[in-house]
Structure formats: C-alpha cells, structure tokens
Design a protein around this ligand. Structure first.
Ligand SMILES: Cc1cc2nc3c(=O)[nH]c(=O)nc-3n(C[C@H](O)[C@H](O)[C@H](O)COP(=O)(O)OP(=O)(O)OC[C@H]3O[C@@H](n4cnc5c(N)ncnc54)[C@H](O)[C@@H]3O)c2cc1C
Length: 403
C-alpha cells in the first residue's frame, strides 16, 4: 500500500526547515528581492547550521544531499533516503523563499553534481565547498550537446576554453562545475564536467545578470581563457564512450531535476496558502465535501489549482523516492520537473488572479512568487525539453529520432 504521509523520521527535519522558512527567509524576502546582487549575510549562520544537520546524517537537509550509495540498489525493501529528505526540506524552504534557498552557501546544483558522480577522493578534496554549475553557453541552452567549450589535456592538467552564461551562484560559489568537450568531433559522449576553483586566474567574470525573479540569487557570465585545472578535476570517467553517449553527464539530472521540481512545489504551496487566507478573510469558505463546480467560481478555480499542485507534489516525491531505492528514475525526474515547473507558474499566476489587487501589489509576496516561479520552468531543462525526454522514453525513440 502507498503511504502518502511524510515519513516519521523526516518530520523533525521538515519542521526545522519550515521554521527556517518562516523565521529567517520570509522576513528578508522582499529586502533581497529589491537589493539585487547583494549577498544575504543572514544566510551564513544558517548555512553552518545546515552543515551541522548534514554531518553524520544520511538525510540531506539542504540542496546538496543527493549522493547515491551502493546501498541504494533496491535490495532489502524500500528505503527513504537522502533524495526524499532533501526534496521535503527544499519544499519547505522554498515555501519561504526560493531565491534565498538558491543563495545558500554549499547548497548549489554543482554540489548535487559532485555528490552524484564524484569519486570518494574528489568528494574528500572538494566536499564542504560551495559549487555552482556551468553548462549553458550563448549557442548551447536546451541543446547541451552543442556545447563549444573545450578541455584539452596538457601533461597533468586540462586546459579549458570557452564561454559560460547564466551560472547560478557563479559569483559567490567556491567552485564552478564546468561542462566542456574533450573532443568536439566525437559529439555528446566527449562532454565531461570539470571542477574549477572560482579564483582560478583563467576564469574571468564578465557580468552579473539583472532578472525577473529569484533576484536574491546571483547569476554570472564567464569567459574561460586557458583555464588550467588538475587532471583529477574531471568528474567521472575521462573515457569517451560513444556507446554510453551523454549517459554519464545526464546521470546528474536524475538527481537534480526532482530538487528543482521540489522548489516549484514549495513556491506553489506558498501561493495557495496565502490565497486560502485571503479567502478566509473575505468570508469565502472552501467546502471539500461539495463538488467544485457547485461552489462559487473562485473556489472551483482554487480547487483546480490545488489539484494540480497535489499532482506535482506526488510526482516529485515519487522521482526522489525512486532515486533513493536504486530504481532508474530519468522518466519520473523529467515528468516531475515538467509538471511542477508548469504548475508553479499556473498556480502562482492563478492566485494573483484570485486575489486581485492584493495579489498584484508589492505589499504582499504573491507578485514576487509569480516572478520567482518562471525560472523553475526553465533551468535544469525547460518544460518543453522535459516533455521531449518523456516522449522519447515512452515511445522508445532516440534523441536523433525525436528532436
Ligand atoms: C535565472 C537563470 C539561472 C540559470 N542558472 C543556470 C545554471 O546555474 N547553470 C546553467 O548551466 N544554466 C543556467 N541557466 C540556463 C538555463 O538552463 C537555460 O536558460 C535553459 O536551459 C534554456 O536554454 P536557452 O535559454 O538557451 O533557451 P533555448 O534553448 O534557446 O530555448 C528557447 C525556447 O525554445 C524551446 N525549445 C528549445 N528546443 C526545443 C525543442 N527541441 N522542442 C521544443 N521546444 C524547444 C525551449 O523550451 C524554450 O522555451 C539559467 C537560466 C536562468 C534564466
């Protein structure tokens, strides 16, 4: 039987994350939305606390606790592990503020990439640092196989050259996980990820972006010019296995897409809860015992949005649970990301519509959540790309056959 309740062992974690969201994130939410590019110094102490919570625990509290271990092989019954606990805590924290979660030291998507694929030696060397993820280039967004950045082996070092844009936490992180090709003639199989120290002289910050939403989070553009990194900064195998194709690099996404879906679920829940409170203030009562369409139109619309939210939430939990139980979850990870990204945008805009002027004004956070929502439908693969991946998997088509 499926038990849809939060596992008992994660309840304290979820409670703590909710408290942080309520008492730390929400009060400074508007401040850092307005003060774009200013580092939220309040997060320093919180980040240390989260490090403490993660230490000696299998369950991740922030965005980085997604390592798959040899125990995640599906044997010995179902287990709830770090992916599920991370997803649950992200939902709570993003109910508070997604831009602030993305600004949390040591909780970057680069950290998840390192946690997913690094060797034990690499983990020891680079663990405990804050890592951003640099895949996107001016000519390579959705089509990451079109990456032009190159990595050439020169003795005991790789030399990286190219341009990377829209790197979340790129200015503040200690490390940047850079995707580059070992040999552009060999296509996607030659694309590997490399850990670059932020203060590497070959990594030049070009500019920070001004954005629609998640304005507390910095977004950096870089040029890599003869950027030298040690040979063991390459994550995974240096071999170009054309049979495996993009498999190695894509493995990261199976873990990170449910995390982004969880961010979307958190933002959607914030909008729904605020709207429910506005309804209550206005004396509008939702009756779950009566069919939606027998109630006022505003309530019917609210119930529709709430149902979409529930579907997105369950899909996200399923994708994370599968990762914890050693089950291949590429399909579910993409489904969750597509569903939650779209739902978050629909719900946050729908709630503005339902709340009218209150929803649109800056006195409340509803308008901010609607601005923050859109990125969750874009980064880590847009909704359209996720749907393409889902279609390929369901129809058994390759990326060359269905593009
Ligand atoms: C705030 C922000 C933060 C970001 N952070 C990071 C980061 O940390 N690291 C990083 O590497 N990148 C990051 N990105 C980049 C992000 O991942 C890309 O923007 C995204 O992958 C889309 O690429 P693109 O913008 O080049 O759009 P394009 O690929 O040019 O796509 C444009 C539109 O066409 C659609 N489209 C493209 N191909 C197809 C197709 N085959 N079928 C149907 N529709 C298609 C897309 O869905 C999209 O709607 C960030 C972006 C933003 C805005």
């Amino acid at each position: 039987m499926i038990n849809l309740e939060t596992p008992k062992k994660f309840k304290p974690l979820v409670g703590q994350a909710n408290q942080v969201a309520k008492e730390v994130f929400r009060p400074i939410s508007r401040k850092y939305d307005l003060a774009e590019h200013t580092y939220p110094k309040e997060l320093d102490m919180l980040a240390s606390l989260i490090d403490g919570m993660n230490e000696g625990s299998e369950s991740g509290a922030g965005a980085a606790g997604v390592r798959r271990t040899s125990k995640d092989n599906g044997e010995g019954g179902n287990r709830n592990g770090s992916n599920l606990s991370t997803v649950l805590s992200i939902i709570e924290l993003c109910w508070g503020d997604v831009g602030l979660l993305l600004s949390m030291p040591r909780q970057g998507l680069g950290n998840s990439a390192i946690a997913s694929v690094a060797t034990e030696e690499q983990l020891e060397h680079y663990g405990g640092k804050w890592a951003a993820m640099a895949i996107t280039e001016p000519e390579a967004g959705s089509d990451s196989a079109a990456i032009r950045a190159t990595a050439e082996l020169d003795g005991e070092e790789y030399v990286l050259n190219g341009e990377k844009i829209f790197v979340t936490s790129g200015d503040r992180a200690d490390l940047i996980v850079v995707w580059a090709s070992l040999d552009r003639s060999k296509g996607r199989a030659a694309i590997k990820s490399f850990i670059v120290e932020r203060d590497n002289p070959g990594l030049k910050l070009d500019r920070l972006e001004h954005k629609l939403g998640i304005r507390a989070s910095d977004t950096a553009n870089f040029t890599l010019q003869d950027c030298r990194v040690p040979k063991d900064a390459l994550l995974g195998s240096p071999e170009i296995d054309t049979k495996q194709g993009f498999g190695g690099a894509m493995q990261t996404f199976d873990n990170t897409r449910p995390l982004v879906a969880a961010m979307a679920v958190g933002v959607a829940r914030a909008s729904l809860e605020e709207t429910r409170e506005r309804f209550a203030e206005a004396g509008v009562e939702i009756d779950y015992a009566v069919p939606a369409l027998s109630q006022p139109a505003a309530i019917a619309r609210f119930l529709e949005l709430e149902a979409e939210y529930e579907a997105a939430r369950l899909q996200t939990l399923q994708a994370a649970w599968m990762a914890d139980n050693g089950k291949p979850n590429s399909l579910q990870a993409s489904m969750a990301k597509a569903k939650a990204g779209r739902t978050c945008v629909d719900v946050s805009l729908g709630c503005i519509e339902l709340c009218g002027t209150v929803g649109y004004a800056e006195n409340e956070l509803l308008e901010k959540w609607a601005r923050d929502a859109k990125i969750l439908d874009i980064f880590e693969g847009t909704q359209q790309i996720q749907l393409l991946i889902v279609a390929r998997q369901l129809l058994g088509k390759s990326s060359a056959e269905l593009r």
